[in-house]
Unconditional design. Structure first.
Length: 523
């Protein structure tokens, strides 16, 4: 295919049944009472075609033959180059989970150093989550407009760099500010890294690799616990934040070695660079591959997340994320206290909480197999429901072994299988122009749950009710998530991200997007 030639101008026209061409314009078949949904005409600069659509469509030709660039990317083997990129991204995501969990282990030393009250100490956790909410919501929009690579590196640099400020904090307000700024980077990293993984790995491995990334994030809690036990008694709480600065090196590695997302480059019309990256990933020449159409819109539109057919699926994702965040962060905050109220010693309650929450890692690994075998929809709702039923059982059992085993099973299904599958689903539901925005807002709603649930549980427990109420809370939010997953979840198993976008991008989305198709040969 000669440079600058587009499939709209040649063979692709004949592959679109019922479409006709006249004077450089492609028109959809006429239907009574309808208007054409796709019309294109030559641009004045002679470099391409201006395309007007009523929806943001999938990239042209992405479900076509092996000659298509993105088809080659989706159906390539998982090469050593894939592995290097994935492991670099995974390292940053692991440190995200590790850094989030430093607060609880540093807090006793912080209280002693700055002589603060327990109420003032709560601001440290709240500041972190507030920053994460802002970072997740904003970073997705930035990434959809300016790419994945450098925003990802910047997000890791932010939470790693401000860890140094936290370590050197000379007053409590400085420490709170440092943790809030770290939160911005932590939330931003979550919003960018999962869409990045979804866009470069082969389609058949997308689900397992994203769930494995979630497992790496979840394992940050027990690792943070181990590091704290090893260094805090001799070096103090500040040493934790010096360890938390290691991601600065990962940020440099991301910026210098990771490629930009091929799908982002293709959307922007930077086809020479996209072709070169596909050749590096697959080990096959891609010079003759059919190029996807570029889309000149800025991307990163929050409104597009709730338009047309996306509306019900987006609302369901947000509901499930609020519930997932409430489950994850509510448990990690209050479980030691509740276990202690049941007669379990304080130190033992910390250890048992670690075992219970770590079972989510095993659940995430299992989810990696389930999402490809039974699908996202089948894995989501039943896992949330199982977690809810187990929470009811959990509140009624007695004996340390029964409490730990039942709690571990509830977390295995809730945080592990359901939580990690939800991130897979949110990472692939939206088109490239809004993928990071969609995931970022989903992650932001998770942080809303993380902010609200600990406060709500603390308020209810202050009434000195039975501890069973605590477990009922978690059962209820799990069942709500199961209902949302049942009535409004699209099955995405076995589909490329373009096929998913094609299924959802229908005329009832009711908006007009103008996209410029343009060949850039100088990238």
């Amino acid at each position: 295919m000669r440079p600058g030639a587009w499939p709209w101008r040649s063979s692709a026209r004949s592959s679109l049944p019922g479409w006709t061409s006249r004077s450089g314009t492609i028109s959809s078949p006429s239907r009574a009472g309808s208007t054409p949904k796709w019309r294109a005409g030559s641009s004045n600069d002679g470099r391409g075609v201006v395309v007007h659509r009523e929806v943001s469509p999938p990239m042209a030709g992405t479900t076509g033959t092996d000659g298509h660039l993105l088809h080659r990317l989706d159906h390539s083997p998982f090469t050593p180059r894939h592995a290097r990129i994935y492991l670099t991204a995974l390292a940053g995501h692991f440190f995200d989970g590790f850094t989030i969990n430093l607060t609880g282990f540093a807090l006793p030393g912080v209280i002693a150093t700055f002589a603060i009250t327990s109420g003032e100490a709560g601001a440290l956790s709240s500041a972190l989550f507030a920053g994460m909410l802002v970072g997740a919501a904003a970073a997705g929009i930035v990434s959809d407009r300016f790419g994945r690579r450098y925003p990802l590196a910047a997000s890791i640099l932010v939470f790693g760099g401000f860890s140094l400020l936290a370590a050197a904090a000379w007053s409590y307000p400085v420490l709170v500010t440092a943790r809030a700024l770290q939160g911005v980077g932590l939330g931003a990293e979550i919003a960018i890294v999962l869409p990045y993984i979804a866009e470069f790995v082969p389609s058949r491995q997308r689900g397992p690799l994203i769930t494995l990334a979630t497992a790496a994030w979840l394992i940050g809690l027990p690792v943070a616990s181990g590091v704290a036990i090893a260094i805090v008694p001799s070096l103090g709480w500040r040493a934790l934040f010096y360890v938390g600065a290691l991601p600065v090196l990962i940020a440099l590695l991301v910026a210098l070695t990771l490629p930009e997302s091929v799908r982002y480059l293709a959307r922007k019309g930077r086809h020479r660079k996209a072709t070169g990256i596909v050749e590096q990933l697959t080990g096959r020449p891609a010079a003759g591959a059919t190029m996807p159409a570029a889309h000149g819109g800025a991307g990163g539109s929050v409104r597009d997340l709730v338009r047309g057919r996306y509306r019900r699926y987006t609302i369901a994702v947000w509901v499930m994320e609020v519930c997932a965040g409430a489950f994850l962060y509510g448990l990690s905050t209050w479980l030691p206290t509740v276990l202690k109220s049941r007669g379990i010693g304080l130190l033992s309650s910390f250890g048992y909480t670690g075992i219970i929450t770590a079972s989510g890692v095993a659940g995430a690994v299992v989810a990696g197999q389930l999402v490809n075998r039974v699908g996202r929809r089948v894995a989501l709702a039943p896992a949330f429901l199982a977690s809810g039923l187990l929470c009811l059982l959990w509140g009624g059992v007695s004996g340390t072994a029964a409490v730990v085993v039942t709690g571990a099973l509830a977390t295995f299904f809730g945080s592990g299988i359901a939580g990690s599958t939800l991130f897979v689903y949110a990472s692939e539901l939206y088109p490239t122009a809004n993928r990071a925005t969609g995931l970022g807002w989903a992650a932001a709603w998770q942080k809303v749950g993380g902010l609200l649930m600990p406060v709500t549980v603390g308020f209810v427990l202050s009434w000195h009710l039975s501890s069973y109420v605590f477990f009922v809370f978690f059962a209820v939010i799990s069942v709500i998530a199961a209902v949302a997953g049942t009535i409004a979840t699209l099955e995405t198993r076995g589909k490329t991200v373009e096929q998913i976008a094609a299924e959802l991008s229908t005329p009832d989305s009711g908006h007009l997007v103008t996209a410029t198709v343009e060949s850039r040969t100088n990238d």
